[in-house]
Design a protein around this ligand. Structure first.
Ligand SMILES: Nc1ncnc2c1ncn2[C@@H]1O[C@H](COP(=O)(O)OP(=O)(O)OP(=O)(O)O)[C@@H](O)[C@H]1O
Length: 446
């Protein structure tokens, strides 16, 4: 796919929210390799469906009417939306348990109907605690319905806009979760191809435990793939180079996420908000790690290796010294102060175009004011939103403002979960502690 084509595709698919839109290949069918999903995989999934929904719901895969859907399911609030789907909380009538129903509007797929069939087929073949679980799918003339496990804590995008950035231990826990999901799907030769914060869902109770969702672009990779797709900020250089890629593209995207989690903004940014330039920067792979603040976080470099051969794998990431060391520091429980209801309200605010609300006043562990948090959230969204109308010239200034703001916050903060890196960032008197396995910086795989 030509890059100009990507841009127009993206623009046309961009919806009225500020989350990143994936680039979806037009020749989607050719790209798929569904036959590589074995019958054994699918049978395995049957055993997963232990929930008491057998007798209450419509048959899996059935063509149904809207009346059938309404008769069977009690739809609740919207918990999220994307370019192609709205996701609602949902109950199977007669059962107490709450599910998520992803409702895909065929009209929005614009000829890419196989994308959703692909997602269904892949999710049916997968079972892992770090992946969203699909229980049933139905379709009407106009929509496809996916009955899924509800992950009630909102997505990681919201967590980032809410918190600005995270401590190393918190980031490490999230990277561990993503790596576990990737290790599993990569062991089945499946590349997700759209790893980004919007597709990482959080459990309730303000937890940062993550589950991977949205397998719309996922595919079985048995040989190098050449189709250009993904979301610009997270796209790997080998996708752009069109030299053939594999599951390593997901690890690259995870590296971008780690950078964002720790720094508060993405590693590759075009000053002019120019997508071509962004892609050039990604292919060059020049990431500026301001020393000594980033010295400890060697894993970021190892994940953002331009050469996929030198990049860590998901399994290697799980064994990486930085990750193990940071997780060991972490009393994960209670690390994030957000509550379920906060996440819920934030989702509603997001949908209504707002970002901030008064509940943050109760977040006593965060030193920033409401105005600062609002600004951080807007800035992060604007940075990612390459097609928005924001004044391009303001962006780098905004990034600098984030630096200044977080610097000020850290100076003012006595929060218990302040990172080592953040402390270093604000005061040169506090030299970074050497990580337990500093030599891991160089353990890049050939
Ligand atoms: N099982 C779930 N439980 C709770 N929320 C969910 C669930 N699945 C999705 N969501 C929410 O709904 C949003 C949209 O879902 P999803 O990404 O699957 O839609 P999409 O239209 O395919 O997205 P995209 O535009 O990235 O292709 C997610 O970002 C997430 O916030």
């Amino acid at each position: 796919m030509e890059k100009t084509q990507q841009r127009s595709l993206k623009a046309e698919e961009h919806v009225a929210n500020t989350k990143s839109s994936p680039i979806v290949p037009q020749n989607w069918d050719k790209d798929l390799n569904l036959e590589a999903i074995t019958e054994q995989d699918i049978n395995q999934q049957e055993t997963v469906e232990q929930k008491d929904i057998q007798s209450n719901v419509l048959p899996d895969g059935a063509e149904v009417s809207l009346e059938d859907i309404e008769h069977c399911y009690d739809m609740g609030r919207v918990v999220g939306d994307g370019n192609f789907a709205v996701v609602r909380e949902c109950r199977v009538r007669g059962l107490a348990e709450t599910f998520a129903m992803k409702i895909v509007d065929n009209a929005k797929l614009q000829g890419r109907g196989n994308m959703i069939q692909n997602e269904i087929a892949l999710l049916h073949s997968l079972e892992h605690p770090r992946l969203i679980q699909l229980f049933r799918s139905h379709h009407t003339d106009t929509h496809v319905y996916l009955l899924m496990e509800l992950v009630a804590g909102g997505d990681l995008f919201d967590a980032i806009t809410q918190s600005g950035r995270f401590t190393e231990p918190s980031a490490a826990c999230m990277i561990r979760d993503i790596s576990q999901a990737l290790e599993y799907i990569h062991s089945k030769s499946i590349a997700h191809r759209d790893i980004k914060p919007e597709n990482l869902l959080r459990h309730g109770n303000g937890s940062l435990n993550l589950k991977l969702a949205d397998f719309g672009l996922a595919m079985v990779v048995t040989e190098p793939v050449f189709t250009v797709c993904g979301t610009p900020t997270y796209v790997a250089p080998e996708i752009l180079a069109e030299t053939g890629y594999g599951v390593g593209v997901d690890v690259w995207a995870m590296g971008v996420i780690l950078f964002v989690l720790l720094g508060g903004f993405p590693p590759f940014r075009s000053p002019d908000r120019n997508q071509e330039e962004l892609f050039r920067l990604i292919q060059k792979g020049e990431v500026h790690f301001l020393s000594p603040y980033w010295d400890n976080v060697s894993e970021v470099r190892a994940l953002l290796e331009v050469s996929p051969k030198r990049r860590l794998t998901a399994s290697q990431t799980l064994q990486h010294g930085w990750l193990l060391h940071a997780i060991a520091q972490k009393d994960h429980k209670g690390a994030i102060k957000a509550t379920d209801s906060m996440a819920e309200r934030r989702n509603q605010q997001k949908l209504s175009g707002q970002v901030e609300s008064a509940e943050n006043k109760s977040d006593s562990h965060k030193p920033e004011t409401l105005a600062e948090k609002y600004h951080a959230a807007q800035t992060y969204k604007n940075i990612l939103n390459y097609d928005s109308d924001i004044n391009a010239c303001d962006r780098d200034q905004q990034i600098q403002e984030i630096h200044n703001m977080t610097s000020n916050q850290q100076n003012a903060s006595h929060a218990e979960d302040t990172t080592t890196m953040n402390k270093q960032y604000t005061t040169d008197q506090h030299k970074p502690e050497k990580p337990a396995q500093q030599e891991d910086t160089d353990t890049k795989q050939e």
